[in-house]
Design a protein around this ligand. Structure first.
Ligand code: ZN
Length: 486
């Protein structure tokens, strides 16, 4: 069987401050849906291209804000000790060993949800003089400061995942809440020293502190300043409050006398050198696939802080574009991915390799474009990627409108019913909606797209009988029965 396709990899580097990521993506127009490829003249595979995001020298947390936090911490501790002299440990001693400060919400079923975009900058000079703990440059600075924390970013679909509450922030070690801020706007798109962050600061048994910033408003634990939390206890959900351009956690550590700590031990860690503060320190690079997906459009729609439009779809009809996409964490130059498409009998329908031609990126994506024509049999398929020893699978179907989440509540209304010349669908959900009209046997007799809340379907050419109108958007679907009568 010959399939018509074009390989079209592309990449997005989140190598430095994400504000430029925002700039690079903002204003992108709505996608061209269903770009067709003429099977008689297959599209040439275009060369891969790379968007490398340059460091914008914004201020994730500037010194003025940090001093304000220290002031709040000392005021809070003084007040707590007035009530109870033993409140908040003062003893020095062995520092804690941290567990990872994030986890996926229980409802999250994907492969991965986060990347580390920026570490601490150990190069004291400003203006793009960068050194991370491993002597690389996965950090940033600005004209008057260095990045002093670890940025853990939702990837992909940061805004959508934030609204879903996917990244839960947990206590890296047992401690006492010594600062807590909530209620500030969590949809910030600029790094400009905005001091109005939501988050928590914990004091640990040795007097060291861990700082957790940029939470989603209203997501914080109900515990208040002075209460203790256990290791791994929920603190809040990642957002983009304060000086922030994308939903993420800024995790910052200080020892018992206020010195900076970088929990990652390494040759270029100028604070605590080879003394790790992690119970199990992650590797510098964690090459894996966070998300593998199928889409009906090749475009990205990103407009901070709007939840991303994903254009994901599970079922494809003849004539459709099928975009296969992989979102990587820590994809290195020349890293190999084995890709294949398997049918429901286990037969490999297509296989190919992808060697990344790009420089290292902490968050990158690649995609491949297929035209679904009648060389594809109706049925169930899987898109599989094997990368760095692990295999990632995305099921999809061709010609079988199944596998969608059917909404109990209709996504739209339809009138008149019975109808004669025109069906008017109204109250359609926002997004790019795929509409189909199925006859009594379930065969699609009409396929259309709509991106408005009202859409008219011309049914004058269809014979009388019972039909179903189906609307699909973002993996949701809903069906309504209609009659055509004349
Ligand atoms: Zn940060």
């Amino acid at each position: 069987m010959t399939k018509h396709y074009a390989l079209r990899p592309c990449i997005l580097f989140l190598s430095a401050a994400l504000s430029v990521f925002v700039q690079a993506q903002t204003g992108e127009s709505l996608p061209i849906v269903d770009q067709r490829t003429d099977p008689s003249s297959p599209r040439q595979a275009p060369p891969g291209f790379m968007v490398k995001v340059d460091a914008e020298h914004g201020e994730c947390m500037d010194e003025a804000t940090r001093q304000q936090v220290w002031q709040e911490i000392s005021t809070n501790i003084a007040r707590l000790r007035e009530e109870d002299p033993n409140a908040v440990p003062v003893e020095r001693g062995t520092h804690p060993l941290f567990i990872w400060p994030t986890r996926a919400a229980a409802s999250f079923t994907g492969y991965g949800f986060e990347i580390i975009n920026n570490f601490v900058d150990h190069n004291p000079a400003f203006n793009n003089n960068l050194t991370d703990w491993n002597c690389g440059t996965r950090t940033y600075d600005w004209t008057s400061g260095n990045h002093m924390g670890t940025d853990i970013v939702l990837w992909p679909y940061a805004w959508r995942r934030m609204q879903e509450g996917v990244m839960e922030v947990v206590a890296a070690a047992a401690g006492t809440i010594v600062d807590k801020r909530d209620g500030f706007n969590d949809l910030q798109c600029v790094n400009a020293g905005n001091p109005n962050w939501n988050g928590i600061v914990l004091s640990h048994a040795d007097g060291s502190t861990t700082w957790y910033l940029h939470f989603k408003s209203g997501s914080l634990t109900s515990k208040v300043v002075g209460e203790t939390v256990a290791e791994g206890e929920y603190l809040g959900s990642a957002g983009s409050s304060g000086s922030s351009t994308i939903p993420h956690l800024h995790f910052e550590v200080h020892d018992g006398v206020g010195n900076y700590i970088d929990p990652f031990a390494g040759a270029c860690n100028t604070f605590n050198g080879t003394d790790t503060w992690w119970a199990a320190q992650q590797a510098y690079k964690v090459p894996r696939i966070n998300h593998i997906s199928t889409h009906y459009a090749s475009h990205e729609f990103y407009q901070c802080p709007v939840p991303e439009t994903t254009y994901e779809q599970s079922n494809f009809m003849s004539g459709d574009s099928l975009i296969m996409r992989i979102y990587y964490r820590d994809l290195d130059n020349n890293a190999l991915t084995n890709l294949l498409i398997r049918d429901d009998q286990g037969n490999v329908e297509a296989s190919w390799n992808f060697n990344s031609p790009w420089l290292f990126g902490s968050g990158t994506w690649a995609w491949w474009y297929w035209l679904i024509d009648n060389s594809w049999a109706t049925g169930s398929y899987t898109f599989e990627a094997t990368f760095n020893g692990a295999t990632y699978v995305r099921p999809f179907t061709i010609g079988m409108p199944i596998g969608l989440e059917e909404n109990a509540t209709p996504l739209f209304s339809v009138a008149p019913n019975p109808a004669n010349e025109t069906l008017r669908l109204s109250d359609l959900p926002s997004g790019n909606i795929r509409l189909s009209l199925l006859d009594a046997t379930g065969r699609a007799v009409l396929n259309e797209r709509s991106s408005s809340t009202v859409h008219d379907i011309d049914i004058s050419g269809l014979s009388v009988g019972a039909y179903q109108v189906k609307a699909e958007v973002d993996g949701r679907a809903s069906t309504q029965r209609v009659m055509i009568a004349r």
